[in-house]
Design a protein around this ligand. Structure first.
Ligand code: PMP
Length: 462
């Protein structure tokens, strides 16, 4: 079988070295030669522990590398549901529905008061593109094509496709891929720690006012949607300041701008509520989601809208009156079948409450480290989504050089704890350690993570 090859790790490693092009990776160190590193091959997972092909065990504090496996690894009932769905009807795409698709949409909408329609796709980038296509179509239908700009925020990330990069606030990720799609306009970030003179009492209002400045500069009648992460993820775990979201919601209402919240990372309990926007009492018009939907057990994403948005696609007197979009693999039944089980497990095991409780514990333990390590400039996050921004000097807040941040990540890895760091995307801003373990994490797991970080910072920074 496939996994018998595990008995010959060398053959697997060499097949990988010869033919696989890894995501986000520089391959030079793997090139054959006397100092070649082996690509790391991950083999097995249970709960939040994973093993690589050499047999080394790790505690995974990043949920599969990119904050995805919220319910942990090795869940048999999810596997069984996927198996059943594949044997019954693996796939049907196009204008017809499927049983798992219908039943999952009903369950999902229970968790999202005010929203009502689920459009399936298979990646976060793709779900976001669906959202923006909806916005553009509404603009063409009702505003003569004028109200078509999408506002996005500095440091936010919405995906890897060219339109998503056009809405990308992380400059190094974009650097090699222009020219970009027109009609995407950036608004400033809302990280108080890096806000300079704007920081302090009332910062939330001031940060939101910066969005209004952009709206007025561009002209409200040219703007279709404002797309934001509830908490900026890869851009450094940015929890928006108090007063920010109320203003943002009000701006969207005042200027008739659709509020699109990207829940690709924050969805499904990551921050302690079903969705990150629910921490703030927001009423978005469009919500996109991916990673946690099926917790990595299947590829599925969704673009969820209000009935008011959906209603605008029901003009049967117009040949172009419906949403002329399809996603081939939005028709895989394994996605919603897995997602139904993930949702049930999240409820039955009270994972939202655990995310809140263990997130608070992780945050307080990281803050305790601050007294020992001045290199930790700020700890921020919500639920089991926490970041520690590292600085070379706590007074000037000069970021810790990326080499040292990476050395800390590598030291933790050597200790058997996988942690993350903010994306290598913003020169001088690649200095936030990221923690997003599965929502089943215990105090013992958190202690192991924090001890590893403690030791690593001590060794690397002193
Ligand atoms: N939105 C956010 C907030 C993300 O972090 C990501 C991926 N990390 C995406 C969208 C894109 O998702 P995908 O990689 O599935 O296309």
């Amino acid at each position: 079988t496939l996994y018998d090859r595990q008995n010959d790790p060398r053959a697997v490693i060499e097949a990988d070295r010869a033919h696989v092009w890894h995501h986000l990776a520089q391959h030079k160190p793997f090139e054959p030669g006397p100092h070649a590193l082996d690509p790391r091959i991950m083999v097995e997972g249970h709960g939040l522990r994973v093993w690589d092909i050499t047999g080394k065990e790790y505690l995974d504090s990043v949920s599969g590398g990119v904050w995805t496996t919220n319910i942990g690894y090795g869940r048999e009932r999810v596997a069984n549901a996927v198996r059943d769905s594949i044997l019954k009807l693996c796939f049907w795409a196009g204008a017809q529905g499927t049983i798992p698709g219908a039943l999952y949409a009903e369950r999902l909408i229970e968790k999202m008061p005010g929203l009502s329609r689920v459009y399936y796709a298979n990646s976060g980038s793709e779900a976001n593109e669906k959202a923006w296509k909806m916005v553009r179509q509404i603009s063409h239908k009702h505003h003569g094509g004028r109200k078509s700009k999408i506002l996005y925020r500095d440091r936010d990330y919405h995906g890897t496709t060219l339109a998503a990069l056009s809405a990308g606030g992380q400059q190094e990720r974009n650097a090699m891929y222009g020219p970009f799609a027109p009609g995407f306009v950036q608004v400033p970030h809302c990280l108080e720690y890096r806000a300079g003179e704007l920081a302090g009492e009332g910062y939330g209002e001031r940060a939101a006012a910066q969005i209004e400045e952009v709206i007025l500069r561009e002209g409200p009648d040219t703007i279709g949607a404002l797309c934001l992460e509830p908490i900026t993820a890869g851009g450094g775990i940015i929890v928006p300041p108090q007063g920010y979201w109320e203003r943002v919601q009000e701006l969207c209402r005042r200027y008739d701008i659709l509020l699109h919240i990207d829940e690709v990372v924050c969805g499904f309990g990551r921050t302690g509520t079903w969705f990150g926007y629910q921490q703030y009492g927001l009423q978005p018009d469009i919500v996109t989601m991916a990673k946690g939907v099926a917790s990595g057990y299947a590829a599925i994403s969704a673009c969820v809208t209000t009935e008011a948005v959906f209603d605008q696609f029901k003009d049967d007197t117009d040949r172009l009156g419906y949403f002329r979009d399809i996603s081939t693999f939005g028709g895989c039944t394994a996605g919603p079948a897995a997602a139904l089980e993930v949702l049930a497990i999240t409820e039955e095991e009270n994972l939202l409450a655990n995310s809140t409780r263990m997130g608070a514990y992780l945050s307080s333990q990281l803050q305790t480290l601050m007294s020992r390590h001045p290199a930790i400039g700020e700890v921020r996050g919500l639920g089991l989504f926490q970041g520690a921004e590292l600085v070379a000097d706590p007074t000037t807040r000069e970021p810790l050089p990326e080499k040292q941040v990476q050395a800390i990540v590598a030291d933790c890895l050597a200790q058997g704890v996988i942690i993350g760091a903010s994306n290598r995307s913003m020169p001088g801003f690649n200095n936030t350690l990221l923690f997003a373990p599965a929502l089943i994490a215990t105090e013992g797991d958190i202690d192991q993570i924090v001890n590893a970080v403690d030791g690593a910072i001590g060794r690397v920074v002193g």
